[in-house]
Design a protein around this ligand. Structure first.
Ligand SMILES: NC(=O)c1ccc[n+]([C@@H]2O[C@H](COP(=O)([O-])OP(=O)(O)OC[C@H]3O[C@@H](n4cnc5c(N)ncnc54)[C@H](OP(=O)(O)O)[C@@H]3O)[C@@H](O)[C@H]2O)c1
Length: 235
């Protein structure tokens, strides 16, 4: 039985990934939730409450899993209680940006710090950081969304840097940043038009694309940035 840890399994994409792994068989899943209470159960699913902003909570969680074969961090925010993605510099608010960094950027590093021992116990661990294409500096033709773009760009740098360290200390690990496509979830809902179904993905389809890519990856792919079509995104 392989062990997956899905941070943010209460979310659209995290929940779909957990369901898909369990339906594939051979996996037990530890999933976390924060403000959303888990709505479903499964014999091989364990739920834990976690605020990814609190390092001691991450450390405590990781003591409960001796081996991790797949670690997916799906936590992220685009909006905060009083602020959304900025259309113009006039809308910029530093507190919103800091919160965005706290939830979109820092968690992967705290997770990596405290999951290292459990990842080492796996033969070929895979670690996925849910990023976003808008975090690519090379791909930024539209502008806007200062806080989210910056937080995901910083996440991408964290992934690249960690992958370099782990090539020495965890050489069998594959660590990637991943863009899931535009997926119909609570995060994207306020920004989707009513006729956007044709150009967006259901969480179930997005999870399928993600796991299909993971099936093809090897440690030679560590430190790279992928999209849901299985193509590399320039940093
Ligand atoms: N949806 C898209 O179109 C899209 C596109 C590109 C990239 N992404 C990225 O994909 C990832 C998943 O997004 P999604 O669409 O599935 O979003 P979502 O449905 O809103 O899920 C977000 C998840 O993050 C968790 N979370 C938020 N703050 C947290 C905190 N402080 N501590 C712990 N967990 C926290 C939420 O937990 P609770 O609900 O329990 O609070 C939820 O499980 C994100 O990183 C997002 O940036 C999404």
């Amino acid at each position: 039985m392989k062990q997956a840890v899905i941070i943010g399994a209460s979310g659209g994409l995290g929940g779909a990934l957990a369901h898909l792994l369990l339906s594939r068989g051979g996996w037990q899943v530890l999933g976390t939730h924060h403000q959303t209470e888990p709505l479903w159960q499964h014999a091989l699913m364990t739920w834990r409450a976690l605020d990814v902003r609190v390092e001691t909570e991450i450390a405590a969680l990781m003591t409960q899993v001796p081996k991790i074969d797949l670690l997916i961090n799906t936590t992220g925010i685009l909006t905060s209680p009083h602020h959304g993605p900025e259309k113009s510099i006039r809308h910029f608010n530093a507190e919103h940006m800091m919160l965005s960094f706290e939830i979109n950027t820092a968690p992967i590093l705290n997770l990596a710090k405290h999951a290292q021992a459990a990842l080492k116990a796996s033969h070929q661990p895979i670690i996925v950081a849910l990023s976003a294409r808008v975090g690519s500096i090379a791909d930024n033709d539209l502008g806007g969304w200062y806080s989210y773009r910056s937080a995901k760009a910083a996440l991408n740098m964290a992934v690249k840097t960690l992958a370099i360290e782990w090539q020495r200390s965890l050489p069998m690990a594959t660590l990637i940043a991943y863009h899931p496509g535009t997926v119909r979830t609570a995060l994207s809902a306020p920004f989707l038009k009513s006729d956007s179904a044709k150009i967006t993905l259901s969480p179930e389809d997005a999870a399928e694309h993600c796991l299909q890519l993971l099936d093809t990856l090897t440690p030679t792919h560590t430190g790279s940035f992928w999209d849901w079509r299985g193509q590399n995104i320039p940093w």
